[in-house]
Design a binder for this molecule. Structure first.
Ligand SMILES: [Fe+2]
Ligand SMILES: [Fe+2]
Length: 164
């Protein structure tokens, strides 16, 4: 749906990290380390959700588990390897991964329930939408001010008047 090319996950992750860096301090009482760590890890399961030997496609694990579940497993493995990892922090971090799609209908078993998880959900949405819509616009007729109909987002997009 967005950043669908080799290196796209890294680009999306870096973009989120830079966004968070820019808004740090805007709201009081945000655990910026939690937000940053959540941003770095939220889509980590995509490393195994896709295969990319000849072309990009879903892997068996990706189709059967989704990147949220795979990411949770990867995080859990890391956490148990760290002696005395704080229990509450582990829960809060796992929640960042679990909830980042925002709603059950979009693949998150639980909606965001901490302020950092709410922020990650919206920032992730912002970054993926901007990238997805821009790539869609770039793939369309450069002579036309409007794109064709975007089936998933259910609208035409306006690219602006073409310079004559
Ligand atoms: Fe995701
Ligand atoms: Fe994401």
């Amino acid at each position: 749906m967005h950043h669908a090319y080799l290196g796209g996950l890294l680009e999306h992750t870096l973009s989120l990290v830079l966004l968070i860096h820019k808004i740090a301090g805007h709201y009081d009482g945000i655990d910026n380390d939690l937000l940053m760590t959540g941003a770095v890890l939220h889509d980590i399961g995509k490393i195994h959700e896709f295969c990319y030997e000849s072309h990009i496609d879903y892997s068996d694990a990706g189709r059967l588990l989704s990147h949220i579940v795979i990411g949770l497993e990867m995080l859990e493995k890391k956490i148990v390897s760290i002696k005395d990892f704080p229990e509450e922090l582990a829960l809060l971090l796992k929640h960042m991964i679990v909830s980042h799609h925002g709603a059950r209908d979009f693949g998150s078993p639980e909606p965001p329930k901490t302020i950092e998880a709410v922020m990650l959900n919206y920032l992730d949405e912002l970054d993926s939408k901007v990238n997805g819509i821009r790539n869609f616009m770039a793939s369309e007729d450069p002579e036309s001010a409007w794109t064709s109909y975007h089936r998933v987002l259910e609208r035409f997009f306006y690219k602006g008047k073409v310079e004559q």
